[in-house]
Design a protein around this ligand. Structure first.
Ligand code: TV1
Ligand code: CA
Ligand code: ZN
Length: 378
């Protein structure tokens, strides 16, 4: 009787296609799909497949991708290759192809694989045959209707939320990647059926440059976009306290039927592109907190550029959604050399950057967000 939550034994579905780890954005490019292979090996060698239904999902169809993306843009993605990109680009100069979003071998196939998994995960929740669905391949939150952005080509999150909206009256999107979840926010900016809530570094300059606290949505969607702009070096205690305060208020006011949690691991300390100080435990605490509400939930990947830590982080979070405690000592895998010298699930990650988020700043931020949410009441 004491606490219903302690008895919550969710059915977990896990989506993974081995090939996803074999795509290459380019030699110098920080996005490394190989992190998915590392993650998958740790997950399996910890024995977590025994707690989940593991699926090799199908690819998204063009028709499914058309639910959000423009036909011209899809045609471009479908037809462009590393060899023809020069001629293609003179025809399609409007598409933002460059260093961040290079045309690489198999790019369209990669998009169909990660998006297909997110769509299947959403449908699994709707069918009621899973309570939590995990897709570490997904979470590409910057892709826009007409263009790629920030390493993202197809927005699998928007596609998944569109599926969830067929069944659930309200869907909550939560984004703990260090970058602002701009593509998802923009897609649902004018609706009151999706609340988007992103925690990110913000100074007007850091990519993608959006996510100020006063971006709150418009029209029917006014107050349904929540932005939590943060400064460099935020630590475990401040972040988890802020996350829990904001998400408690969000859950109480919005009462979503389903949650989509984007778990970008570039908010960890020592990330190659990130500037926060979070430990794997604190990042995972955010996942644990959302799981406790017992609402159907999709858990997806996102950024994460120090790949040995991305794999540790997402493995730990797979354990958390399954409700099992993983021993800190990593199991043996063929990729053991990535995880030395500690071979631990919880390496020390903090200390590279100092915390520029003062208590006063965080208190003022919290107060403004709680005030925003009060407009939704009644
Ligand atoms: C090729 C080779 C591309 C080396 C990109 C870092 C590179 C970056 C590279 C890079 C890099 C960004 C910008 C570009 C403004 C733009 C998956 C004109 C060492 C979800 C996307 C960040 C984050 C994009 C994606 C950002 C996600 N940072 N080396 N590019 N300029 N782009 O700043 O949210 O994690 O950095
Ligand atoms: Ca974010
Ligand atoms: Zn990111």
């Amino acid at each position: 009787e004491s606490n219903v939550v302690e008895h919550y034994r969710p059915r977990v579905s896990y989506y993974m296609r081995e090939q996803a780890g074999n795509f290459h954005y380019g030699k110098q490019h920080p996005m490394k799909p190989h992190r998915l292979t590392l993650t998958n090996h740790l997950v399996l060698n910890y024995g977590l497949h025994k707690y989940m239904d593991v699926y090799e999902p199908r690819r998204a169809t063009e028709e499914e991708i058309r639910e959000f993306h423009a036909e011209d843009y899809i045609d471009f993605l479908k037809r462009v290759t590393p060899d023809n990109q020069e001629t293609m680009q003179t025809c399609f100069s409007e598409f933002n192809i460059g260093d961040d979003c290079p045309i690489f071998d198999g790019m369209w196939d990669f998009c169909k694989i990660y998006s297909g998994a997110s769509i299947e995960a959403a449908r699994k929740l709707i069918s009621g045959s899973a309570d939590i669905a995990v897709n570490w391949m997904g979470g590409l939150h910057h892709a826009k209707k007409y263009e790629p952005s920030g390493f993202c080509y197809v927005n699998d999150i928007v596609l998944a939320i569109l599926q969830l909206l067929r069944y659930y009256p309200r869907v909550l999107y939560v984004d703990i990647d260090i970058h602002h979840g701009d593509g998802v926010q923009e897609a649902f900016y004018t609706t009151d059926r999706v609340m988007t809530c992103s925690f990110h570094k913000y100074n007007g300059e850091f990519f993608p440059g959006t996510g100020a606290i006063d971006e709150m949505g418009s029209g029917l969607g006014k107050f349904f976009a929540v932005n939590v702009p943060l400064q460099d070096g935020i630590d475990d205690r401040s972040y988890t306290h802020l996350f829990k305060t904001v998400m408690s208020a969000v859950m109480e006011t919005f009462k979503p039927g389903a949650i989509v949690l984007q778990c970008g691991a570039d908010s960890l300390g020592l990330d190659r592109l990130g500037v926060f100080n979070l430990s794997i435990a604190a990042h995972g605490e955010c996942v644990r907190f959302m799981r406790r509400f017992g609402v159907p939930m999709m858990v997806i990947g996102g950024g994460g550029y120090t790949i040995r830590n991305v794999a540790r982080c997402w493995t730990n979070e797979t354990g958390i959604v399954c409700g099992t405690d993983l021993p800190a000592e990593l199991p043996n895998t063929v990729y053991r050399e990535f995880f030395g010298p500690d071979y631990s699930l919880h390496p020390q990650l903090s200390g590279r950057v100092i915390n520029h988020n003062s208590r006063a700043y965080l208190n003022a931020l919290t107060a403004r967000i709680l005030e925003q949410l009060r407009y939704l009441k009644g």
